[in-house]
Structure formats: C-alpha cells, structure tokens
Ligand binder design. Structure first.
Ligand code: SAM
Length: 200
C-alpha cells in the first residue's frame, strides 16, 4: 500500500524543520518532518481556522481532529489556558511531533495527544468543539466519518468547525454538513479557504 501523510506509518525522508510562527498573540515553535501534512510551513487553511474559531472559554473540552504536527490545537491551548484540548491523528509520526511540540510550547498541562483512526482514540469523550482541517486526500468516506460521527462526540449545542479550500471540496463539504446538521454558517473566508461551523 502506498504511503501518504494520512497513513498510520508514513514514509519520511527524515528531513526535519522548525517552523517559527506568531499566532493568537504568542510566539510558537513547531518541529516538523517530511511525512506529515504541510510539514514545511503553516498551512493557510489551518491558520484561517485557528484565527476564527469560536471557543467557549469557561468550560468544555476541545478536539483538534487530524492534528498533524499540532499547529491548531497547540496555538489554541497556548491562547486559551483554561480550556483543555485533545489532539488526535492517525499518523504516528505526527503524534510523536505533536507530543514534542506540546512540551516545547509549554502546553502540556491543558493538552492530551492520542493516536488512532478518526474518533476511535476519543470514543468515550464528548467535546464542546471539534476542530478540523480535514484530510481531503483521504477521500469522501473518511471525510464523511469526520463530519457525521462528530455528532456522537459533541455535547448538546457543541459545534464542529472546519476549513476547506474553496476550489476543492467546498461544495461536497457543504452538502455533508447540510445532510447531518440543521444548518451551518460561514465563519471566515480567506487565502482561498472557507471556514465553516455547524452546531449539534
Ligand atoms: C489537512 S491535514 C491537517 C493537519 C494539521 N491540523 C495542520 O493544520 O497542519 C489532515 C490531518 O488528518 C489526519 N488524518 C487523515 N486521516 C485520518 C484518520 N483516518 N484519522 C485521524 N486522522 C487522520 C492526517 O494525518 C493529517 O494530519
């Protein structure tokens, strides 16, 4: 079977880099490696999502589903220190990097990192928010599970907030959201991406 960034054990040339970035008022540093999504630089879609998310700051648990090297969940955990975050991904290399990056950025106290397929590693948990820059390359079946099964893992009135490229995947994502949730809203547009939010 061929290896992709969304494989459990991705092929990696072993090349690493350190991404220095400023997000939500904090200077952050991420170790990244070939074999994880967008390993050379901050993805514009992820950046749009993390700068426009709606996080209930007083309670709840937030899931960064498909966390990659940890950009979204770690940047938010640094900014919202009273909120607890779970970062999950199928890619074992991504999980190793995310664990290191949580330490480097000092967010170990309000983060948990777990490896597994879609919601399997968080099967007993409910979230106030599920965030994702979904793996479009993994195909519609996986995307459908990201979106439809979120409902089983959201608290009452919890939301899924996600980002998709306008030219690739937006229409089909809109259809998926419409068929699973009563309605959805557009929370941001920029750099060729749309960020969308649907409530349970
Ligand atoms: C578009 S990338 C976003 C990565 C990261 N959030 C970022 O902003 O850089 C999608 C992520 O979903 C992960 N993924 C793909 N299929 C998955 C699955 N079945 N279960 C969990 N995560 C998966 C990939 O490994 C990848 O890290």
């Amino acid at each position: 079977m061929s290896s992709h960034y969304y494989s459990q054990k991705p092929a990696s040339s072993g090349k690493t880099t350190t991404i220095q970035t400023y997000q939500l008022g904090n200077r952050l540093s991420f170790k990244s490696q070939s074999g994880v999504f967008g390993w050379m630089k901050v993805d514009k879609g992820s950046e749009l999502l993390l700068n426009n998310v709606d996080i209930p700051i007083k309670k709840g648990l937030v899931l960064d589903l498909g966390c990659g090297y940890g950009l979204i969940g770690i940047a938010l955990a640094k900014a919202y220190t009273k909120v607890n975050f779970v970062l999950a991904d199928i890619n074992e290399l991504a999980i190793k990097l995310t664990k290191e990056n949580c330490k480097t950025n000092g967010v170990e106290d309000n983060t948990e990192v777990c490896q597994g397929n879609i919601y399997e590693p968080v099967k007993d948990l409910k979230f106030s928010v599920i965030l994702t820059n979904p793996p479009l390359m993994a195909g519609k079946k996986i995307l459908w599970e990201f979106v439809s099964k979120a409902k089983d893992h959201l608290e009452h009135k919890g939301s899924i907030q996600l980002v998709v490229p306008k030219k690739k995947g937006l229409k089909s994502m809109q259809k998926m959201l419409e068929s699973v949730y009563d309605e959805y809203e557009v929370i941001a547009k920029g750099s060729g991406f749309w960020a969308l939010k649907a409530n349970k």
